[in-house]
Design a protein around this ligand. Structure first.
Ligand SMILES: [Fe+2]
Ligand SMILES: [Fe+2]
Length: 358
């Protein structure tokens, strides 16, 4: 089963990809509308900087790197984009663990491409963060010294091949639900990076779903392995949406700035509703005895993830936190010669542009 022959999550979810395309069209329209700027990078005469910023946000225009923005907006974006970038990079590890053990050449090639995409996502996002006046070196340092976090989901182990399927379906699935609204984020470079990331994430989700579909329709042992993976990844995936709204510290301001468009609980609900339908097609059970349709709310009731566990994992006490950070530090040290070579090449090129080609 490949491509359009396969009725996959995109169809079942009511077209996440078409939402991305709509966001892309909105981005172009916003650019074409452009509020008048006196000299291209400031407010019209007589308008205060803060008022102009607020007017741009209210008119659904994008804030660009050249625009004035409040320090708190800049700091909030740096924090969010950097943590997102770190998550993409650390997120390569759980699946990278299965590249050498993928069950066929086809599966290996697909997984390699997927893990490589995650590296690409990290790069777009570090580049988007750099437009806010921070360097990539600083951001990497914040990660390696533990002062910035990455998504708690990547601190769980990948025990079997079916985990690669469950990660694609649930973890990349939760990432898309979170990230599709970010395609409409008020900060232009982040919104544009998200459009490309979401298109690729949709492929990731589809490949995970297809792995699980194959296993769920295989031998009893394969089916049991698929179910076990879904049982272990379900609640950590729900926790990816963050603490409940009542305890979420950054949400209200982020929504006012149109960085965030929906609350943690709204997005979590959307994800649950989407997965129920997809689990039925897969023939797998979601491990929640209280999961049921609520006619009044027109949504599923479900059991909340263990938020104490989420806080423990965020604070560094998950099953794989130490291992993930050690691996990242080692990779950074091992890559020092590449950074030195790239810096030497850049220096040589700027000293004499003609010398390099020789
Ligand atoms: Fe990604
Ligand atoms: Fe992904």
């Amino acid at each position: 089963m490949y491509g359009n022959d396969f009725s996959g999550p995109d169809d079942a979810a009511g077209g996440l990809l078409s939402q991305v395309e709509a966001a892309e069209a909105a981005l172009r329209e916003a650019a074409a509308r452009g509020l008048s700027r006196s000299d291209g990078d400031g407010p019209p005469p007589g308008v205060e900087l803060q008022d102009h910023f607020t007017a741009l946000i209210e008119a659904d225009q994008k804030i660009e790197p050249r625009d004035w923005m409040p320090d708190s907006y800049r700091r909030a974006l740096i924090r969010q984009i950097a943590q997102h970038a770190h998550s993409e990079i650390i997120g390569m590890q759980p699946e990278g663990n299965w590249i050498t053990r993928a069950p066929s050449l086809k599966r290996k090639a697909i997984l390699l491409a997927k893990v490589q995409d995650e590296a690409g996502h990290g790069l777009y996002l570090y580049a988007a963060a750099e437009t806010l006046g921070v360097t990539r070196d600083e951001l990497v340092d914040l990660l390696l010294t533990g002062r910035q976090k990455y998504s708690s989901i990547f601190n769980y182990p990948t025990l079997t091949w079916a985990d690669v399927g469950a990660i694609g379906w649930l973890v990349d699935g939760a990432a898309i639900v979170n990230q599709v609204p970010l395609c409409r984020c008020s900060y232009g470079p982040y919104a544009r990076a998200m459009i490309r990331v979401c298109k690729e994430e949709s492929f990731h989700q589809r490949q995970g779903y297809e792995i699980l579909h194959t296993l769920a329709h295989g031998t009893p042992a394969q089916r049991a392995m698929a179910q076990d993976a879904v049982d272990r990844w379900w609640y950590p995936s729900l926790a990816m949406f963050g603490p409940p709204d009542a305890d979420s510290t950054h949400s209200a301001q982020s929504m006012a700035w149109k960085i965030k468009r929906f609350s943690n609980d709204e997005l979590r609900q959307r994800f649950v509703d989407m997965c129920v339908q997809q689990a039925e097609i897969l023939g797998l059970r979601l491990p929640d005895p209280d999961l049921r349709w609520n006619e009044e709310r027109q949504a599923h009731d479900y059991t909340q993830p263990d938020y104490d566990e989420l806080m423990r994992v965020i604070k560094g006490d998950g099953p794989c936190n130490r291992q993930r950070m050690e691996h990242r530090r080692r990779a950074h040290t091992d890559g020092a010669w590449v950074r030195e070579a790239a810096a030497a090449y850049a220096a040589k090129r700027s000293a004499d542009p003609t010398a390099v080609a020789a």
